[in-house]
Each structure stands twice: as structure tokens, then as C-alpha cells.
Design a protein around this ligand. Structure first.
Ligand SMILES: Cc1cc2nc3c(=O)[nH]c(=O)nc-3n(C[C@H](O)[C@H](O)[C@H](O)COP(=O)(O)OP(=O)(O)OC[C@H]3O[C@@H](n4cnc5c(N)ncnc54)[C@H](O)[C@@H]3O)c2cc1C
Length: 492
């Protein structure tokens, strides 16, 4: 008789939810984490922990925010976000490649999962980021990005709350304990793991194992192998411990790979931080540079190379890192003028990027050594459709005409000094390729059969995100399948 019913591999957001869900069903749960205690929580430690789930609008959102005053509550305008809207958006951004069954489970269960977290004792706060809402007189109106709340204290606060909850319920956690192998019985059912810690190697038996140990974004060799040329040089934004161990172990026993193995979530980050050697933390959100939709982005030759207004940041940011990598020197410059400076996020002021200021575009072009910038900005300004009113609350169609690439929405002339330029590079958030699971979070083998005793949740799951992602869906995916997988694993 093993000492544990359920072993959870990893101690990030997905793992902790799975551990608590299994414990709630009476299972004896052991969480095994490769990192030392002070670096626990995986990518969640670096995350905003914005929480995307379908909801019925402000009244329901307020149930998650009991500490708000009446006045604060009245200052929020939050439209409803339906399950259909999120499902359709996932299908749109993944170019219809998302697994329909897993996506339906993710979306449908997101509301109940957010409520479950609240019932377990997780606290939430308003996600006040300028990306998500627009000031309308004395009120804040939420944009159709539909991210309204996040875990209190961001990812770190959320993870610490989950560790407290798990600890109080009797979930055990071992740090600096790396899982290296899945143990199978003669039927091929997973019945424990082999770990490596400071004492060496040992086996820990269990009735079921839940893999929640992330993707391979911090494995330089796998990045080159699966993502392709140049990706070995890209800076991970989050934990250094996600090196694909769980994927390797599961593939070794015949698990089926799923999803977009050559794809990842990668975004613009401050250029200097994109050059910090791997292994040093660069502070998660402090380096985000995602305000291109109020400006333009050019490469080192002064040429634009993407549609800065294609959609809201939440629906493009994770695919707008890769195009920077493809530019000469893997660098780009984001250019803004004085009239949009107040719309930019605070991170720009202190994220270690190079900011260049000038009183004219000519001066800016000279400082950046980028003569073509004069022509690029001149053509851009001439192409802006000023006949269409500007409206950040919708995709306003105020685009450019006759230039390639276009800027499809929110285009404004760049003509008010001082002008600002920020250097950005590409940072990888996490990888999209993963394991095939069914909606019960059970891992399937290459023939499509369930591998008894093996479950997976979080970034290690493949099949939903392809090419792109909907912000706030990362943590939620781990939570939905963690909750389902934890409860099911407890029943093994
Ligand atoms: C900078 C940044 C910002 C983000 N912001 C958001 C956001 O605002 N909203 C959102 O929804 N998502 C966000 N994400 C994504 C989100 O953090 C993840 O999707 C979420 O944390 C789920 O991850 P996970 O639990 O699967 O993996 P992780 O949280 O990365 O946890 C995996 C854990 O497994 C451990 N591990 C790895 N290998 C082993 C092994 N062999 N043995 C034992 N343990 C092992 C790792 O040490 C790690 O602790 C962000 C990510 C980053 C990097």
C-alpha cells in the first residue's frame, strides 16, 4: 500500500490546484518540486495571474471582490463575457486549430473553477492595467479583452495563497526533488515516480500521478530542436526550471504528443533584458512592452513589419515576439508621441529598456541611426484614416490606407513632440507543444487509449493554444484541468 494516493509533479499554479482538488476528495497527496522553496511556484511566480473566465458582468464580478467599497464598485463598468465569446475567440486566434473538446471544457468550466478558487480561500483584486480598461469620466470601462480580476498580489500572491490552502488541508510538498521517471506496473499503469534529490535517486509509489511541471521554454537545446533557428538565443521570461522533464518522461512511456510543438507564447520585452543571460530572473511582468497599439514598431532599418492595431493586446501579444526575432539583429523599436504617453504602461518607465527621446522625427531618426524612419513615419501619418473616429472601446476600424503592413485599428498620426523610442527584443513565456489529454485530464497514448494512473494539467498540456493565445487563459487552463484531474486522480 503506497503512502500516497496522488503524486503531483511540479508546484506551480496548475499543480497546486490539482493537489488541493485531490485532497478535497480524501486522497493523500504529495507535491514534488524541482526548485528550492524560495524559487517555488514556477511561471506563476512571474505572472500577473490575470484570470479569464466567462461571467455575467459587474454584479457577478463583485462577488469576487468583497473588499471593494460601494464607491469603488460603482466606478466600474464591466460588460458580460459569455462562454461562446471566449470559445469563438480561442478558435479565431488559434486559426481553428484548438482541440474543440478541451477548449469547450476550459471555457465552460472556467466560471465554476474561479468560484471554486474563491471557495477554497483565494482572494482576488481588480486587474487595473491600462491594457484592460479605459477611463470614462470618473468611471473605468472594461474593454472587450474581458480581463477584470487577477489573483491578489499577482502570480506570487496567488501561488502563496494556494500553498497556504494546500498546507492547511494536509498536502505535503517536497522541494529540490526532481522527478526523473514515471514508474509503470505490468499493465502499463503509472504507479509512482523516481525522484532525484540531494540523497540520490529513490522511488515513490502512488496510485496516480499528475504531471503539472510545465513546458520546455527553459531548455535551450529543445528550443532550438522544436521551435527552430534562433530560439536557443531567446530569453525565457519565467522560471528556469521548466526544461521539458515531464514531457520527456511521458513520451518515454508512450504518451501522445499534441498541439503546436514548434509554437510558443513569446512577446516583446525590453531589449536589454532580452540579453540578460539565462538563469538570472528578470522580474516577470516588469519587462512587458506591449503598447504598440498606441504607436508603431519598426526594425533597425526603420521599416514597420507588423500590424500594431490588428487586435487588443490580450489577443496578439503572445504572437508578436516571434516577428521581432526575425528582424535584423533581433531588435525592434517602438515609437510613440506625446499624445499617447499617458496611455502607456508603467513598465516602460523602468523596465531596463533603452528609451530615446527627441523633439522631431528627424532628430529621432538621427539618434537611432535610422534614416528610413523619416519616410516610414511620413507615409504612416499620411495613411491614417482621420475620417474615422478613434475609439479604444471597440476595434474602431480607424486604420491606415495604402501602406504595408497596415495598422488596422486605433491609428493616430505620430506628430506631437517629444517623441519616444523604446528598444525591444523577444522573450519566451512558455511553449505550446504538450501531451494529449481527454476532458477528464487523463493522458492518452499514441493509439488514443488512456494511460491508467496518468493525468496532466497546465502548460504541459498540448492541444488548445496554437500560434497564439488569449491572455488570462494560461493560469485558467491549469486550474480547470487541475481541478478535474485532481478529483479524478483521487478516484483511482
Ligand atoms: C512573465 C509571465 C507572465 C504571465 N502572466 C500570466 C497572466 O497574467 N495570466 C495567465 O493566465 N497566465 C500568465 N502566464 C502563464 C502562467 O504563468 C502559466 O500558464 C501558469 O502558471 C500555469 O503554469 P503551470 O502550473 O503549468 O507551470 P508552472 O507554473 O511553470 O509550474 C511548473 C513547475 O514544475 C516544476 N518542475 C519542472 N520540472 C520538474 C521536475 N522534473 N520535477 C519536479 N518539478 C518540476 C517547475 O519548477 C515549476 O515550479 C505568465 C507567464 C509568465 C512567464
Amino acid at each position: 500500500m503506497p503512502d500516497y494516493d496522488v503524486i503531483v509533479v511540479g508546484a506551480g499554479a496548475a499543480a497546486l490546484v490539482a493537489g488541493v482538488a485531490a485532497r478535497n476528495e480524501g486522497a493523500r497527496v504529495l507535491v514534488l518540486e524541482k526548485a528550492p522553496k524560495e524559487l517555488r511556484s514556477g511561471n506563476c511566480r512571474f505572472a500577473g495571474a490575470t484570470c479569464r473566465f466567462w461571467h455575467r458582468g459587474l454584479q457577478e464580478i463583485l462577488e469576487f471582490l468583497p473588499d471593494l467599497t460601494e464607491e469603488e464598485a460603482q466606478s466600474m463598468i464591466v460588460p458580460e463575457f459569455t462562454a461562446d465569446e471566449w470559445y469563438n475567440k480561442i478558435m479565431e486566434v488559434t486559426e481553428e486549430r484548438a482541440d474543440p473538446k478541451l477548449t469547450e471544457t476550459l471555457v465552460t468550466e472556467s466560471n465554476a473553477t474561479a468560484r471554486w478558487l474563491k471557495d477554497q480561500g483565494v482572494k482576488f483584486e481588480v486587474a487595473t492595467n491600462k491594457m484592460f480598461s479605459v477611463r470614462e469620466g470618473d468611471k473605468l470601462r472594461w474593454k472587450p479583452q474581458h480581463i477584470v480580476i487577477r489573483g491578489k498580489g499577482g502570480g506570487l500572491g496567488f501561488a502563496d495563497a494556494m500553498f497556504d490552502i494546500a498546507g492547511r488541508k494536509g498536502v505535503e510538498v517536497l522541494y529540490q526533488t526532481k522527478v526523473v521517471k514515471l514508474l509503470c506496473d505490468s499493465r502499463g499503469a503509472v504507479r509512482g515516480v523516481t525522484v532525484q534529490d540531494r540523497e540520490g535517486f529513490r522511488d515513490i509509489p502512488s496510485k496516480a500521478v499528475i504531471l503539472a511541471c510545465g513546458g520546455f521554454e527553459s531548455n535551450r537545446e529543445w528550443r532550438a530542436r522544436y521551435l527552430g533557428t534562433g530560439w536557443d538565443l531567446v530569453r525565457p521570461r519565467g522560471t528556469r526550471f521548466n526544461t521539458g522533464d515531464g514531457l520527456r518522461m511521458a513520451l518515454e512511456i508512450g504518451a501522445q504528443p499534441a498541439g503546436h510543438w514548434s509554437g510558443c507564447n513569446a512577446t516583446a520585452i525590453g531589449y536589454q533584458l532580452s540579453r540578460v543571460p539565462e538563469g538570472e530572473d528578470i522580474g516577470g511582468l516588469d519587462h512587458r512592452s506591449n503598447d504598440y497599439n498606441v504607436g508603431v514598431e519598426v526594425n533597425a532599418n526603420g521599416m514597420r513589419f507588423l500590424d500594431e492595431g490588428a487586435d487588443y493586446t490580450a489577443f496578439v501579444y503572445s504572437k508578436y515576439g516571434a516577428p521581432i526575432l526575425e528582424q535584423p539583429g533581433a531588435i525592434a523599436w517602438q515609437i510613440f508621441d506625446a499624445k499617447v504617453a499617458h496611455l502607456m504602461q508603467e513598465e516602460y518607465r523602468g523596465h531596463g529598456s533603452t528609451a530615446v527621446t527627441a523633439n522631431s522625427i528627424e532628430e529621432l531618426a538621427e539618434q537611432l541611426g535610422m534614416p528610413a524612419l523619416n519616410k516610414t513615419i511620413g507615409e504612416f501619418n499620411a495613411a491614417v484614416r482621420e475620417d474615422v473616429p478613434l475609439n479604444y472601446l471597440v476595434k474602431d476600424g480607424r486604420g491606415t490606407v495604402g501602406i504595408t503592413p497596415p495598422k488596422s485599428n486605433w491609428a493616430r498620426k505620430i506628430d506631437e513632440p517629444p517623441f519616444l523610442a523604446y528598444a525591444v527584443g523577444c522573450g519566451i513565456t512558455y511553449t505550446f507543444g504538450g501531451l494529449k489529454i481527454n476532458p477528464r485530464a487523463q493522458v492518452l497514448d499514441r493509439e488514443g487509449e488512456v494511460i491508467p494512473g496518468l493525468y496532466a494539467t497546465g502548460e504541459i498540456v498540448g492541444g488548445v493554444w496554437h500560434k497564439n493565445y488569449t491572455a488570462g487563459g494560461g493560469v485558467m487552463l491549469g486550474e480547470v484541468f487541475g481541478r478535474i484531474g485532481g478529483a479524478n486522480a483521487a478516484g483511482e
